[in-house]
Design a binder for this molecule. Structure first.
Ligand SMILES: [Zn+2]
Length: 438
């Protein structure tokens, strides 16, 4: 199966016309994306609008070979003057045929009004209509003559419904390629993973991108963490022939100052994982309502499917973990380690063995971090750029935290520094060019 991604944006494209937001103003040249439209093997079109015709021409497809059109929802686009009335054998849509499409010729092909649960066959491909997650929209499963399995999910303005997620995975087996709005709803990808519809072999392609998506390299970095990728408009994807998806980061360290957005960034990186253990190292701090409120806010932000452990026994946890871990945060872990060894006391630090004990714990943590077999994301505070702490103990903590961060960073595939909500990549896996633009 060969896919040409004629458009990869949401219904209004990216940039949106006349929008002055930072994302749209920064979206120029090859970054420009038209409304989602995917051409299968030159003959079947998934969704359409006027813009894809130009995209098709640019990609070298005049669309004259297209015989079938599958629409996933109401077409908001303008008239398709270029679509040959007699050229289409069939148009399938979940709602009334859009007025802008030419009427089918008398005695010729018809409209097929589709609803979730329908199955039909076109040119040797088996099509299954699935719930789109939003009224009036449908998703399509396409099984090619060669057995290739594709899932195409329409744009949605609603959160994922568990029902829709389950319906997409019914029928067994994993998909070879999945096209969905992974930027808006990474948890949908988590659902598909949980149910076995998406595996490490699935090529997950981001569509319905919009000015809500992060601009530039940030988009690709975020998608890579979710095991997905974005192809430029006009990009060609040969299912099964492309190299396997780029490896996802295994160990990630997210650094940042207070309220920098580092915890949100760390959580986002695991958003497409169905089953994450969130490790809170801060404890409960009895009698501190402000701390309790912070903890509650963090917990509300996390998906329901995640579980939480409140512990500072990180070394053992890293060794035994069987599902992805999010550790928030390493600076509180260091505080607990210094507490345990009496390291705040100047004499204990100087010649009471506290220094050696703390550093041995840090070395053990680094070894466990290196050996950890599941994806792990750690959060830590970046300190030392501001005021010098007034006390020796304060300066000691600052210095030891700097050492801890450097040690864990050295054992991580990816290191990010979050400043003012913006993630700066300090270290990353080498990217692998996977798609070929025509
Ligand atoms: Zn915009």
């Amino acid at each position: 199966m060969e896919l040409t991604l004629l458009g990869t944006a949401g219904p209004k494209g990216w940039p949106q016309p006349f929008c002055t937001c930072a994302s749209c103003l920064g979206c120029t040249g090859p970054a420009v994306r038209g409304p989602a439209c995917v051409l299968l093997d030159g003959t079947l079109l998934l969704d359409c609008g006027p813009e894809p015709a130009h995209a098709a021409a640019r990609a070298g497809y005049p669309l004259t070979g297209v015989r079938r059109l599958l629409l996933s929802g109401p077409a908001e686009a303008a008239p398709l003057a270029w679509l040959p009335a007699a050229g289409l054998d069939e148009v399938a849509a979940p709602s009334a045929p859009p007025a802008w499409l030419p009427a089918p010729a008398a005695g010729g092909p018809g409209w097929r009004r589709v609803a979730a649960g329908d199955t039909f066959e076109v040119d040797g491909r088996r099509i299954r209509v699935l719930p789109g997650g939003t009224p009036g929209r449908v998703a399509y499963e396409v099984i090619g003559a060669d057995g290739t399995r594709l899932l195409y999910v329409p744009p949605s303005t609603l959160p994922p419904e568990a029902e829709a997620g389950r319906a997409w995975t019914r029928g067994g087996g994993h998909y070879d390629v999945v096209l969905l709005d992974v930027v808006s709803w990474p948890e949908r990808l988590a659902t598909l993973r949980r149910d076995g519809a998406v595996t490490e072999d699935t090529d997950v392609l981001a569509i319905h991108l919009s000015h809500e998506s992060p601009p530039g390299e940030e988009l690709h970095r975020r998608l890579a963490a979710w095991g997905a990728r974005a192809v430029p408009d006009g990009g060609l994807v040969r299912v099964g022939a492309d190299p396997s998806p780029a490896p996802r980061p295994h160990r990630t360290l997210v650094l940042g100052g207070a309220r920098s957005g580092k915890s949100a960034e760390a959580e986002r990186r695991l958003a497409a994982c169905p089953d994450v253990l969130y490790v809170a190292t801060g404890g409960t701090r009895e009698g501190d309502p402000e701390w309790a409120e912070r903890v509650a806010l963090h917990r509300d932000r996390r998906p329901d499917t995640w579980s939480t452990a409140e512990t500072v026994e990180l070394t053992g946890l890293l060794a035994e973990a069987r599902r992805p871990l999010l550790v928030d945060c390493l600076s509180l872990w260091l505080t607990a380690v210094m507490d345990a060894h009496g390291a705040w006391d100047d004499d204990a630090w100087a010649d009471g063995g506290a220094r050696e004990a703390v550093r041995a714990d840090v070395a053990a943590l680094a070894a466990a971090w290196r050996a950890c077999r599941v994806p792990v994301v750690g959060v830590s505070n970046e300190v030392g750029s501001g005021v010098v702490p007034a006390t020796p103990a304060g300066r000691r903590f600052r210095d030891e935290l700097g050492r801890l961060n450097a040690t864990i960073a050295a054992e991580s595939d990816e290191v990010l520094l979050v400043v003012a909500g913006q993630a700066l990549t300090l270290r990353s896996l080498p990217s692998r060019a996977k798609h070929a633009a025509p």
